[in-house]
Design a protein around this ligand. Structure first.
Ligand code: LLP
Length: 463
C-alpha cells in the first residue's frame, strides 16, 4: 500500500497521519468494478443504483443500515464457479459466509452444493429444500444431536475432525442402520493468508487431524474398519482470503501423499479430495483476485500432476468457496450522522451501524473501501475514518479512506464487499438491531432477512 497525498492535499490535514491508505482515486465518484457488485452504477443524478434501483429509494423503503445484495451477481458468480469446475468436480458454497433460505434456493437452482458447519445452518439448508445428499456437514465439535440429525437427514458427507467424532458418527449411523459417507479433515501443515503462505508448524490449531505425525493415517485406518462409515476422501482447508495458489500446491502434494499411503497399506484408492475454500476477493482496488476458471485450472493441474507422480487415479475434486461467491455481491448502506474533523489528524464520520454489522475491521484489521452513494461531489478529498455508533473506540468500519470534503449528515455512504462474514458475524452489541438483507434484481427489491426489532430483542429477555 502506498501512502501519499492527493495533489490538492486532504482537508483538515497538512500532514497525513499514520495509516495504511492509498492516495485518493482521481475521481472519488467512480465505482471500481473490482470491489462493487456487477450491477452497481450511478444514475443520471449521480445516485448509486443496484439492479436498477437507487440507494435513496432503498434507504427510504428499508431504512439504514442495510445490507444490499445483488442477486444477479450472486447467481453469476455461483454459476461461474460451477461452470469452471465442470462435471468432474463439485462446488460446495460455504454457508458460514452468509446463509439464508433465499441463498439456499439460488444455490440449488444454480447447481451448487452446500457446506454447513452447525445444526442451525443445516436446519436452514433443509428448510429451504436443499437435497440432503448435496450437503456437507463440517465442524470440530458437532454435538451428538447434530450428528444424529445429519445422518438421519442423509447428508452427502460428514467431514470428520477428530478421533472421537469417527466413533460418534459411526455409532450414529449404525444405530440408524445406515452407512454414512465421510471425509477425514487433515491438517497439512500449511497456513495461507493473503499474498503469502507458511508451510511449517501450523498444525498448532483446533481443526483437523495432523498429517505429519501419522495421526491422519491412523484416523483413516480406524474409520475404514467401522461398518457405519463409508470413507470417501480426504479434506484440507488451509486458510482464508488467499490469492497465492502455492499454499494449495503444498496441501495437494501432502494430501495425495496420504492417498498413496492409504492405497499402499489398505489397497483402497479414496475417490475424493476436498481442498476447502479460502479464495480471496477485492476489498480495495489494491487487491487482485483470480477468476474461478483460473483457480479451477490451477487446482486440477496440481492434483492431476501429483496423482500421476504417485501413480494414483485422479480423485474427484471439490472446493468450498464462501467469500469468493457472496463477498463482492453486497454492500452495506449507512446514513451519515456526524462529521467530526480533528485538526492535523483526520475526519471521523459516524454512521448508524458499526461493529455490530461489520466486526471484521475490529477483529482482523480488515480493509474496506467506501463511497458517497446518495449523490456525487466535486469537493476535494478528505481523509476519513468511518466509525459506528457503539460505545467502543475500536468501533471502526473503514479505517482510512477518502470521501468528498463536503460530506454532511444525512448523506448515504456505501461500503462494498460486505457480503461475506458481515451479516453472518453480526451481533446485538449495545442492543443494536441487526440490519436486514435486501436482495435486488431486475428493478425489484425484496427483504430476504428482515431487520431485527425491539420486539425481537425483548422476546429473548424472559427474566
Ligand atoms: N471450508 C472450510 C472448512 C472453512 O473452514 C471455511 C472458512 C470455508 C470453507 C470458506 O472459506 P472462504 O472461501 O469463505 O474464505 N470470519 C473470517 C473467515 C473465517 C473462515 C472460516 N472458514 C473472515 O471474516 O474473514
Amino acid at each position: 500500500m502506498s501512502r501519499s497525498a492527493h495533489p490538492a492535499g486532504p482537508r483538515h490535514a497538512d500532514v497525513l497521519p499514520e495509516g495504511h491508505y492509498t492516495a485518493p482515486a482521481d475521481d472519488l465518484n467512480a465505482l471500481d468494478p473490482k470491489v462493487w457488485a456487477h450491477t452497481v452504477g450511478r444514475d443520471a443524478d449521480g445516485v448509486v443504483t443496484v439492479g436498477g434501483i437507487a440507494v435513496t429509494q432503498l434507504a427510504e423503503e428499508y431504512g439504514t443500515p442495510a445490507y444490499i445484495l445483488d442477486e444477479a451477481d450472486f447467481r453469476d458468480r455461483a454459476r461461474a464457479w460451477r461452470t469452471a469446475f465442470g462435471t468432474d468436480a463439485d462446488v460446495f458454497y460455504a454457508g458460514k459466509a452468509f446463509l439464508s433460505r433465499a441463498v439456499v434456493r439460488w444455490l440449488d437452482e444454480e447447481g451448487l452444493n452446500l457446506d454447513v458447519c452447525s445444526g442451525g445452518e443445516l436446519a436452514t439448508a433443509l428448510s429451504a429444500g436443499m437435497p440432503a445428499e448435496r450437503i456437507a456437514f463440517h465442524g470440530n465439535n458437532k454435538s451428538p444431536e447434530e450428528i444424529e440429525r445429519a445422518v438421519r437427514a442423509g447428508v452427502g458427507r460428514i467431514v470428520l475432525d477428530s478421533f472421537q467424532e469417527i466413533v460418534r458418527v459411526a455409532h450414529a449411523a449404525e444405530s440408524l442402520g445406515k452407512r454414512q459417507p465421510v471425509q477425514i479433515r487433515v491438517t497439512v501443515g500449511v497456513e495461507a493468508h493473503t499474498h503469502e503462505f507458511i508451510a511449517t508448524a501450523h498444525e498448532d490449531q483446533k481443526f483437523g487431524i495432523p498429517l505429519a505425525d501419522g495421526q491422519a493415517a491412523e484416523a483413516v485406518r480406524r474409520a475404514l474398519q467401522l461398518d457405519g462409515l463409508d470413507v470417501i476422501g480426504i479434506h484440507s482447508h488451509i486458510g482464508s482470503q488467499i490469492f497465492d495458489m502455492s499454499g494449495f500446491e503444498v496441501a495437494a502434494h501432502r494430501v495425495v501423499g496420504l492417498l498413496k499411503d492409504v492405497r499402499d497399506e489398505h489397497g483402497v484408492e479414496l475417490a475424493e479430495i476436498d481442498l476447502g475454500g479460502g479464495l480471496g476477493i477485492a476489498y480495495t482496488s489494491d487487491d487482485d483476485p483470480r477468476e474461478p476458471h483460473e483457480i479451477a485450472k490451477a487446482l486440477s493441474e496440481i492434483v492431476t500432476r501429483e496423482c500421476e507422480g504417485a501413480r494414483l487415479r485422479t480423485p474427484r475434486i471439490s472446493v468450498e468457496p464462501g467469500r469468493a461467491i457472496v463477498g463482492p455481491t453486497a454492500f452495506t448502506l449507512y446514513e451519515v450522522g456526524t462529521v467530526k474533523p480533528l485538526e492535523g489528524l483526520r475526519t471521523y464520520v459516524s454512521v448508524d451501524g458499526g461493529m455490530s454489522d461489520n466486526i471484521r475491521t475490529a477483529l482482523y484489521d480488515a480493509e474496506y473501501s467506501v463511497a458517497l452513494a446518495s449523490r456525487t461531489s466535486d469537493a476535494e478529498p478528505m481523509l476519513v475514518r468511518v466509525v459506528g455508533k457503539h460505545c467502543e473506540s475500536g468501533d471502526i468500519v473503514v479505517k482510512d479512506a477518502f470521501l468528498p470534503g463536503d460530506l454532511a449528515p444525512g448523506d448515504l455512504i456505501a461500503v462494498p464487499a460486505t457480503g461475506a462474514y458481515c451479516r453472518s458475524m453480526a451481533s446485538n452489541y449495545n442492543h443494536a438491531m441487526r440490519p436486514p438483507v435486501v436482495a435486488v434484481r431486475d428493478g425489484a427489491a425484496r427483504v430476504i432477512v428482515r431487520r431485527e426489532t425491539e420486539e425481537d430483542l425483548l422476546r429473548l429477555d424472559v427474566g
